[in-house]
Design a protein around this ligand. Structure first.
Ligand code: OAD
Ligand code: ZN
Length: 258
Protein backbone atom coordinates (compact mmCIF):
# COMPACT_ATOMS: atom_id res chain seq x y z
CA UNK A 1 0.00 0.00 0.00
CA UNK A 2 1.10 3.56 -0.56
CA UNK A 3 2.62 5.38 2.39
CA UNK A 4 0.98 8.75 1.71
CA UNK A 5 -1.48 9.70 4.41
CA UNK A 6 -4.30 11.61 2.81
CA UNK A 7 -7.44 12.65 4.70
CA UNK A 8 -9.30 10.08 2.57
CA UNK A 9 -6.99 7.29 3.80
CA UNK A 10 -7.42 8.36 7.42
CA UNK A 11 -11.16 8.45 6.93
CA UNK A 12 -11.11 4.96 5.42
CA UNK A 13 -9.17 3.70 8.46
CA UNK A 14 -11.59 5.46 10.83
CA UNK A 15 -14.57 3.86 9.04
CA UNK A 16 -13.01 0.41 9.46
CA UNK A 17 -12.44 1.02 13.17
CA UNK A 18 -15.94 2.37 13.59
CA UNK A 19 -17.56 -0.74 12.11
CA UNK A 20 -15.40 -3.28 13.98
CA UNK A 21 -16.88 -5.31 16.84
CA UNK A 22 -13.43 -5.93 18.31
CA UNK A 23 -10.17 -4.13 17.68
CA UNK A 24 -6.74 -5.29 18.72
CA UNK A 25 -3.95 -2.71 18.90
CA UNK A 26 -0.42 -4.13 18.77
CA UNK A 27 2.22 -1.62 19.87
CA UNK A 28 6.01 -1.50 19.89
CA UNK A 29 8.73 0.87 21.01
CA UNK A 30 7.79 3.46 18.35
CA UNK A 31 4.68 4.56 20.24
CA UNK A 32 6.87 5.69 23.14
CA UNK A 33 9.49 7.40 20.95
CA UNK A 34 7.66 10.73 21.22
CA UNK A 35 7.80 10.41 25.03
CA UNK A 36 11.59 10.45 24.71
CA UNK A 37 12.13 6.72 25.25
CA UNK A 38 14.70 5.34 22.80
CA UNK A 39 13.58 2.54 20.48
CA UNK A 40 15.59 -0.70 20.37
CA UNK A 41 16.68 -0.67 16.77
CA UNK A 42 17.90 2.31 14.80
CA UNK A 43 19.90 5.31 15.94
CA UNK A 44 20.33 5.80 19.69
CA UNK A 45 19.78 2.08 20.33
CA UNK A 46 23.21 1.57 21.89
CA UNK A 47 24.12 1.83 25.57
CA UNK A 48 27.76 1.99 26.68
CA UNK A 49 28.69 0.06 23.55
CA UNK A 50 26.18 -2.74 24.20
CA UNK A 51 23.21 -3.58 22.00
CA UNK A 52 19.94 -4.50 23.72
CA UNK A 53 20.46 -8.02 22.40
CA UNK A 54 23.73 -8.23 24.39
CA UNK A 55 22.15 -7.23 27.71
CA UNK A 56 18.59 -8.56 27.69
CA UNK A 57 19.51 -12.23 27.88
CA UNK A 58 19.75 -14.81 30.68
CA UNK A 59 23.41 -15.42 29.70
CA UNK A 60 24.29 -11.70 30.07
CA UNK A 61 22.59 -11.59 33.47
CA UNK A 62 24.53 -14.65 34.61
CA UNK A 63 27.81 -13.15 33.42
CA UNK A 64 27.33 -9.55 34.57
CA UNK A 65 24.18 -9.10 36.69
CA UNK A 66 25.38 -5.71 37.98
CA UNK A 67 25.82 -4.35 34.45
CA UNK A 68 22.37 -5.57 33.43
CA UNK A 69 20.79 -3.98 36.52
CA UNK A 70 22.62 -0.72 35.77
CA UNK A 71 21.14 -0.72 32.27
CA UNK A 72 17.64 -1.36 33.57
CA UNK A 73 18.02 1.36 36.25
CA UNK A 74 19.07 3.81 33.54
CA UNK A 75 16.06 2.82 31.43
CA UNK A 76 13.73 3.06 34.43
CA UNK A 77 14.98 6.55 35.16
CA UNK A 78 14.05 7.60 31.61
CA UNK A 79 10.64 5.94 31.88
CA UNK A 80 9.85 7.51 35.25
CA UNK A 81 10.72 10.96 33.91
CA UNK A 82 8.64 10.42 30.74
CA UNK A 83 4.97 11.15 30.19
CA UNK A 84 2.46 9.37 27.94
CA UNK A 85 2.36 11.19 24.59
CA UNK A 86 -0.63 12.06 22.36
CA UNK A 87 -0.38 8.59 20.72
CA UNK A 88 -0.85 6.74 24.04
CA UNK A 89 -3.62 9.15 25.03
CA UNK A 90 -5.43 8.71 21.69
CA UNK A 91 -5.45 4.92 22.19
CA UNK A 92 -6.95 5.35 25.66
CA UNK A 93 -9.59 7.60 24.05
CA UNK A 94 -10.30 5.00 21.33
CA UNK A 95 -11.08 2.51 24.09
CA UNK A 96 -13.84 4.86 25.26
CA UNK A 97 -15.06 5.73 21.75
CA UNK A 98 -15.42 2.18 20.43
CA UNK A 99 -17.15 -0.96 21.74
CA UNK A 100 -14.07 -3.15 22.37
CA UNK A 101 -10.46 -2.11 22.05
CA UNK A 102 -7.66 -4.17 23.52
CA UNK A 103 -3.89 -3.50 23.47
CA UNK A 104 -1.10 -6.05 23.24
CA UNK A 105 2.14 -4.18 23.82
CA UNK A 106 5.75 -5.28 23.48
CA UNK A 107 6.75 -2.30 25.60
CA UNK A 108 7.74 -2.63 29.24
CA UNK A 109 7.48 1.09 30.07
CA UNK A 110 3.94 1.03 31.50
CA UNK A 111 2.96 4.20 29.58
CA UNK A 112 -0.26 2.71 28.13
CA UNK A 113 -1.51 2.10 31.66
CA UNK A 114 -0.51 5.60 32.75
CA UNK A 115 -2.37 7.02 29.74
CA UNK A 116 -5.54 5.30 30.94
CA UNK A 117 -5.79 2.20 28.74
CA UNK A 118 -7.59 -0.54 30.66
CA UNK A 119 -7.58 -3.64 28.45
CA UNK A 120 -3.85 -4.17 28.27
CA UNK A 121 -1.60 -7.19 27.81
CA UNK A 122 2.08 -6.44 28.51
CA UNK A 123 3.63 -9.25 26.50
CA UNK A 124 7.23 -8.62 27.57
CA UNK A 125 6.63 -7.64 31.21
CA UNK A 126 7.06 -4.34 33.01
CA UNK A 127 10.22 -2.47 33.90
CA UNK A 128 8.86 -1.50 37.32
CA UNK A 129 8.65 -5.12 38.46
CA UNK A 130 11.30 -7.68 39.48
CA UNK A 131 11.25 -11.43 40.01
CA UNK A 132 13.27 -13.58 42.43
CA UNK A 133 15.63 -15.98 40.68
CA UNK A 134 15.17 -18.45 43.59
CA UNK A 135 11.55 -18.37 44.77
CA UNK A 136 10.10 -16.62 41.64
CA UNK A 137 8.13 -14.11 43.73
CA UNK A 138 7.21 -11.08 41.58
CA UNK A 139 7.41 -7.69 43.30
CA UNK A 140 7.24 -3.99 42.44
CA UNK A 141 10.52 -2.12 42.45
CA UNK A 142 10.66 0.93 44.74
CA UNK A 143 11.11 4.27 42.96
CA UNK A 144 14.31 4.81 44.97
CA UNK A 145 15.94 1.83 43.25
CA UNK A 146 16.74 3.90 40.15
CA UNK A 147 19.98 5.32 41.55
CA UNK A 148 22.99 4.72 39.30
CA UNK A 149 24.98 1.66 40.24
CA UNK A 150 25.54 -2.01 39.80
CA UNK A 151 24.43 -3.20 43.26
CA UNK A 152 22.24 -6.28 43.18
CA UNK A 153 18.72 -6.09 44.65
CA UNK A 154 17.51 -8.95 46.84
CA UNK A 155 14.18 -10.67 47.33
CA UNK A 156 12.27 -9.42 50.41
CA UNK A 157 10.95 -12.94 50.96
CA UNK A 158 13.98 -15.24 50.69
CA UNK A 159 16.99 -12.98 50.10
CA UNK A 160 17.59 -14.44 46.61
CA UNK A 161 18.87 -12.39 43.68
CA UNK A 162 16.19 -10.35 41.90
CA UNK A 163 16.06 -10.01 38.12
CA UNK A 164 13.92 -7.66 36.04
CA UNK A 165 10.45 -9.17 35.39
CA UNK A 166 10.96 -8.85 31.68
CA UNK A 167 11.02 -11.38 28.87
CA UNK A 168 14.56 -11.66 27.58
CA UNK A 169 15.92 -12.88 24.25
CA UNK A 170 15.91 -16.65 24.10
CA UNK A 171 13.25 -17.02 26.82
CA UNK A 172 9.79 -18.50 26.43
CA UNK A 173 6.68 -16.42 26.92
CA UNK A 174 5.14 -16.88 30.37
CA UNK A 175 2.53 -19.61 30.46
CA UNK A 176 -0.79 -18.29 29.22
CA UNK A 177 0.37 -14.82 28.11
CA UNK A 178 0.80 -15.65 24.46
CA UNK A 179 -2.43 -17.69 24.41
CA UNK A 180 -4.40 -14.70 25.67
CA UNK A 181 -2.72 -12.46 23.08
CA UNK A 182 -3.34 -14.93 20.23
CA UNK A 183 -6.99 -15.24 21.25
CA UNK A 184 -7.28 -11.43 21.19
CA UNK A 185 -5.93 -11.54 17.62
CA UNK A 186 -8.29 -14.31 16.54
CA UNK A 187 -11.30 -12.43 17.93
CA UNK A 188 -10.43 -9.08 16.36
CA UNK A 189 -11.80 -7.95 13.02
CA UNK A 190 -9.40 -4.99 12.83
CA UNK A 191 -5.76 -4.97 13.96
CA UNK A 192 -4.08 -1.62 14.43
CA UNK A 193 -0.29 -2.04 14.48
CA UNK A 194 1.67 0.90 15.88
CA UNK A 195 5.40 1.58 16.06
CA UNK A 196 6.92 -1.84 15.72
CA UNK A 197 9.72 -2.92 13.41
CA UNK A 198 8.14 -6.38 13.07
CA UNK A 199 11.34 -8.21 14.00
CA UNK A 200 10.12 -10.25 16.95
CA UNK A 201 8.47 -13.43 15.82
CA UNK A 202 5.57 -13.90 18.24
CA UNK A 203 3.79 -10.54 17.80
CA UNK A 204 4.36 -10.77 14.03
CA UNK A 205 2.82 -14.27 14.00
CA UNK A 206 -0.14 -13.01 15.98
CA UNK A 207 -0.90 -10.28 13.45
CA UNK A 208 -0.33 -12.47 10.40
CA UNK A 209 -2.55 -15.23 11.75
CA UNK A 210 -5.33 -12.75 12.49
CA UNK A 211 -4.94 -11.35 8.98
CA UNK A 212 -5.20 -14.84 7.51
CA UNK A 213 -8.42 -15.30 9.45
CA UNK A 214 -9.78 -12.17 7.79
CA UNK A 215 -8.78 -9.30 10.07
CA UNK A 216 -8.21 -5.93 8.41
CA UNK A 217 -4.72 -4.61 9.24
CA UNK A 218 -3.79 -0.94 9.62
CA UNK A 219 -0.14 -0.10 10.24
CA UNK A 220 1.14 3.20 11.70
CA UNK A 221 4.88 3.79 11.34
CA UNK A 222 7.10 6.52 9.89
CA UNK A 223 9.19 3.78 8.21
CA UNK A 224 8.23 0.97 5.90
CA UNK A 225 8.35 -2.44 7.60
CA UNK A 226 7.31 -6.00 6.84
CA UNK A 227 3.92 -5.11 8.39
CA UNK A 228 3.41 -1.95 6.37
CA UNK A 229 3.91 -3.90 3.16
CA UNK A 230 1.36 -6.55 4.26
CA UNK A 231 -1.13 -4.09 5.75
CA UNK A 232 -4.44 -3.20 4.15
CA UNK A 233 -3.79 0.42 5.05
CA UNK A 234 -0.37 1.88 5.79
CA UNK A 235 -0.50 5.21 7.59
CA UNK A 236 3.06 6.45 7.23
CA UNK A 237 3.91 8.90 9.99
CA UNK A 238 4.35 9.15 13.73
CA UNK A 239 1.79 7.76 16.14
CA UNK A 240 1.74 11.00 18.16
CA UNK A 241 0.35 12.78 15.10
CA UNK A 242 -1.71 10.12 13.33
CA UNK A 243 -3.52 8.45 16.25
CA UNK A 244 -5.08 11.70 17.53
CA UNK A 245 -6.14 12.43 13.93
CA UNK A 246 -7.80 9.00 13.73
CA UNK A 247 -9.59 9.62 17.00
CA UNK A 248 -10.84 13.01 15.71
CA UNK A 249 -12.11 11.40 12.49
CA UNK A 250 -13.99 8.87 14.61
CA UNK A 251 -15.65 11.70 16.50
CA UNK A 252 -16.73 13.30 13.24
CA UNK A 253 -18.27 9.97 12.14
CA UNK A 254 -20.43 10.10 15.26
CA UNK A 255 -22.12 13.28 14.02
CA UNK A 256 -25.56 12.60 12.54
CA UNK A 257 -25.19 12.07 8.79
CA UNK A 258 -27.12 14.46 6.50
P1 OAD B 1 12.03 -1.44 17.46
O1 OAD B 1 12.99 -0.52 18.11
O2 OAD B 1 12.57 -2.67 16.79
O3 OAD B 1 11.21 -0.66 16.36
C1 OAD B 1 10.63 0.58 16.61
C2 OAD B 1 9.74 0.95 15.45
O4 OAD B 1 9.07 2.14 15.78
C3 OAD B 1 10.45 1.17 14.11
O5 OAD B 1 9.78 0.46 13.09
C4 OAD B 1 10.33 2.68 13.90
O6 OAD B 1 10.23 3.04 12.52
C5 OAD B 1 9.05 2.98 14.65
N1 OAD B 1 8.93 4.38 15.11
C6 OAD B 1 9.91 5.25 15.47
N2 OAD B 1 9.38 6.42 15.87
C7 OAD B 1 8.03 6.30 15.79
C8 OAD B 1 6.93 7.17 16.07
N3 OAD B 1 7.11 8.40 16.54
N4 OAD B 1 5.67 6.69 15.86
C9 OAD B 1 5.47 5.44 15.41
N5 OAD B 1 6.47 4.59 15.12
C10 OAD B 1 7.74 4.99 15.31
O7 OAD B 1 10.94 -1.81 18.59
P2 OAD B 1 9.92 -3.02 18.66
O8 OAD B 1 9.40 -3.38 17.32
O9 OAD B 1 8.96 -2.70 19.73
O10 OAD B 1 11.83 -7.14 23.16
O11 OAD B 1 10.86 -4.18 19.18
C11 OAD B 1 10.27 -5.36 19.59
C12 OAD B 1 11.00 -6.00 20.73
O12 OAD B 1 12.38 -6.13 20.41
C13 OAD B 1 11.00 -5.22 22.00
O13 OAD B 1 9.85 -5.39 22.78
C14 OAD B 1 12.16 -5.81 22.71
C15 OAD B 1 13.14 -5.81 21.58
O14 OAD B 1 14.12 -6.69 21.66
C16 OAD B 1 12.23 -7.55 24.36
O15 OAD B 1 12.87 -6.85 25.10
C17 OAD B 1 11.82 -8.94 24.70
ZN1 ZN C 1 12.80 -15.03 46.73
Amino acid sequence: MSGTVTPALLEQAAHKLKRAQRILVVTGAGISAESGIPTFRGSGGLWEGFRAEDLATPAAFKRMPGRVWKWYRWRRQIVLAAQPNPGHLALATLEKQLPFVEIVTQNVDGLHGRAGSQRLIELHGNIHRARCTDCHQVSSLPEADVAEGEQLPECWKCGGLLRPHILWFGEHYWPGTMDVAMEAGVQASVILVVGTSAQVYAPVGLVLEAQELGAFVIDVNPEETHFSRQADIFLQGTSGTLLPQLSTFLLSLEEPQV
